[in-house]
Each structure stands twice: as structure tokens, then as C-alpha cells.
Design a protein around this ligand. Sequence first.
Ligand SMILES: NC(=O)c1ccc[n+]([C@@H]2O[C@H](COP(=O)([O-])OP(=O)(O)OC[C@H]3O[C@@H](n4cnc5c(N)ncnc54)[C@H](O)[C@@H]3O)[C@@H](O)[C@H]2O)c1
Length: 457
Amino acid sequence: MPDKIEQFLRSNAGSAIAAKLGLVVPDLERYESGSGLPTGRVVLAGGAHSEAATLALREQIDALGLDCFVVTGSDSSAAFGEDGAEKCAALVYDGRGLGNAGDLADLHRFFSPAVRRLSNNGRILVIAEPVEAADSPERAAAQRALEGFTRSLAKEIGNRGSTAQLLLLDRGAEAAARTTLGYLLSTKSAYIDGQAVRVRAATATPGSNNEKPLTDKVVVVTGAARGIGESICRVLAREGARIVGVDIPPSADELRAVMNAIGGEPLDADITAEDAPAKIAAKALELGGAHAIVHNAGVTRDKLLVNMSEQWWDMTLEINLAAAQRISAHLLSEGALNDGGRIIGVASMVGISGQRGQTNYAASKAGVIGYVDYMSRDAALAARGITVNAVAPGFIETQMTEAIPVLTREIARRLNSLSQGGQPEDVAEAIAWFAHPDSTAINGVTLRVCGQNWIGA
Ligand SMILES: NC(=O)c1ccc[n+]([C@@H]2O[C@H](COP(=O)([O-])OP(=O)(O)OC[C@H]3O[C@@H](n4cnc5c(N)ncnc54)[C@H](O)[C@@H]3O)[C@@H](O)[C@H]2O)c1
């Protein structure tokens, strides 16, 4: 729900004043139906340096059913119609062939004219190789240069609702990247901007039901009664999942309302209770084992450290971090998380940047990132196709952020390349991408859902 300032800025009078002040709020196109993929042209370039790899990438773009135009050489004008003035929906640049600083001139040659041809709400994807795969310092530098380039370009196109991301592709990971290409090119990733995402080589080949990839899969979501948790439940149910929604007993009515709407099952439990892991595992086993657990339940208890009670410290760390770890451990030890399963954490941008008055919250959310990093390297889990990832939301419009004083809130929601707060469904769509059975190549990722917030990394 937009507050009074947002309503005013979107009115006729308000938008005229906002334009004069340079306070542009682009209208982000969010997912409505179908696949959310662009109907306009996707222009793919960069193959002059790495033709075979670029063609493998093209196969994946074609498999998504997109209209892909491949630019050969540096002149991209043919991609934009006879007069070179047509618009395109996305620019995908394969930079894996760039081997030294001189090669980087190709970025300027391609993007400088092409970026003018990108529609509003357009997508830019730059493909790079992970730096550790480089065979020379010059190549490592050129590949890393792509990251700085992409993050800066994202800041130049955000006022049109367009976004740019870097995909770090392991060698031969093109097929494994299909769900990631689909997500990042679609309206589902409207509030993801300026991110670098690693796509690992995975053995599984894409083949799930594209319309409802989570059909017959049980997903447990904690903190499911409202806010981001409710949205996660609705989006994953839309993808076919059978949801088990967990929330505290005082939220029982809200939880039932959400579960009734999506055919899910409510489970009243405080996740910090001693018997909560066993209750959740038992429910999952009763339904044939869980495909995914989404650790969304979380609280803030803000105070400067000097004034913070031990109770507020303990409560925040228990709910946001320790309870989630105990539940995951129990699901794994009881065999209640199936092969190909997903453990998904909800961190926060504050866990990356730190925040005055939030030492407890930031510690708990940074802890989530550390947990994901460690667990994603567990060979036994990887052998079972189980991945561990997290989202790190920035400013998302929920009851949590409604509590912020109005002026602070208005500033906080604009401190990003898209000049606005995110919606709960932006977080939920990222989680749906992690949960997709074909996203096995995405492991150990903490994805910021923050419109490229200017604070933090
Ligand atoms: N809103 C934001 O801007 C934002 C930003 C970054 C991260 N997050 C994170 O996203 C998650 C959801 O946030 P939200 O804004 O929807 O919050 P919210 O307060 O609206 O919802 C949190 C839900 O978790 C439940 N919950 C709390 N303690 C619980 C417990 N012990 N056991 C079971 N359920 C419990 C609550 O009852 C509530 O339904 C949290 O982890 C939060 O830290 C939110």
C-alpha cells in the first residue's frame, strides 16, 4: 500500500513537481501472468571472442522461447531494424572472451550505442567467467572489470526501471543457467539490480514442468502469516507447491486465512520452541518429505548496543538464526528434506552493510549468510542435489517498514538505483527461482533484493 508521500508523487501534480526535482520513480513492470519473459527482442553479443560458448548461451535463450538476435562483430545496428532505431527488451553480452584491458574496448563499442535502444524496464545481462578460472593476470583483470562495468551501467539505467546483472558462469554451465537466465530476463526480477550471480556447472539438465515447476512438492515456510512470508507462500503455491505455513500461535487466524486461500496447511509453532524442529519434520514426513524449507520468520529489536537488554539480544539471535539452523539440522538428520531439496534463508542487506541500532539484527542476518556459505560447500548435500541459498532484502514495503518514521522511510526507500522500495513479491520471486527444481546450479548465493541499494557492498 503506497503511503501519502508515494500517493502524492504519483499524482499529476506530484509527478510534475517530482520531475522538476529529479525525483523520478520508474513504474516497475512486475509479474502478472504467463512466464513474465519479454516479448521484445533479446540482442546477444560478444561471440566474436568466444563463438562456441556464445552459441551455447543462445541455445538456452532460444529454449526460453525468446526472439534472440545474435550480433556478430562489433556493429550492433542490424539488431535494431532497418533504420537501426528499433527498441529491444534485453541486451545479453558474453564477455567471457575478453582476455586483457585492450579487449574491454569492445564493451564500449557495443553498449554505448546499444543502451539507447533498450526499452524501459529492459534487462542487461553481462556474462563473465569466475576470476579463479582465469589463466593469466590480464584475463583475471578483464573478467573482473566486467563486474565494475555492470554495476555502474545499472546505476545509469535504473531511472527507466531497467536493470543490469553480471552472471559468473562456470565453464560449460550454459544449460544449468536456464532458470537463471529466465528469472533475470523476466519481470519476476524487477527489483534485482546490479548483482553478480555465480552459476555453477550442474549435472542436472533442465526439464521440469515450466508452468508449475513445484507441482507435488512440499515447501515449509516459517513466518507465513503475513508480510514477506505470506507472499512467499502465495508465489510458491502459484508455482504448484503444497505449502506448510508455520507461525506463532497468536497469529493462528491470519495463518489460516493465508493457508485457506492457497490450499496450504497451517502449523502453529514458535520456531524457537524445543519441540518445533520435531513438529516440522513430522509434518514434512507425513506429506512425503519436504522439497524446501524457507526460513523467513524474523524479528527486529532495535536499540543502541549500550542500551540493549540481554533479552532483546537473545531473542533476535534465537529467532533469526539459531532456530533456523536447528530446524534445518533436524530435517536433514530425520531424512525429512528430499533429494534435490532447497534450504533457503532470509538474510538482510543490514547483515552486509551494518546499521546503527541493529547490532543484534545485523549479527543474526550476517550469520545467515555465513551459514549459507558453509552449508553450500557440504559435499554430502551437494551429492544429493541439495542447495543452500539466501535472499538479502533491502527496503521492502511491509508492516516492519511501516513502523519507520515517515521522512526516514521516504529517504530509505529511495536510496537505490530504482528510487523506490521493493514489494514482498520481489523477495518471493527470488525464492521461487532458488526453489525451482532446475536451479541446482545456484548454490551458496546470497542475492540482494534491494534495487541496487547504495548502502553496503
Ligand atoms: N521488510 C523488510 O524490509 C525486510 C528487509 C530485510 C529482511 N527482512 C526479513 O524478512 C523476513 C520477513 O519480514 P517481514 O517484513 O515480512 O516481517 P513481519 O514482521 O511482517 O512478519 C514476520 C512473521 O514472522 C513471524 N514470526 C516471528 N517470530 C516467530 C517465531 N518465533 N516463530 C514463528 N514465526 C515467527 C511473525 O508472526 C510474522 O508473521 C524477516 O526475516 C525479516 O528480517 C525484511
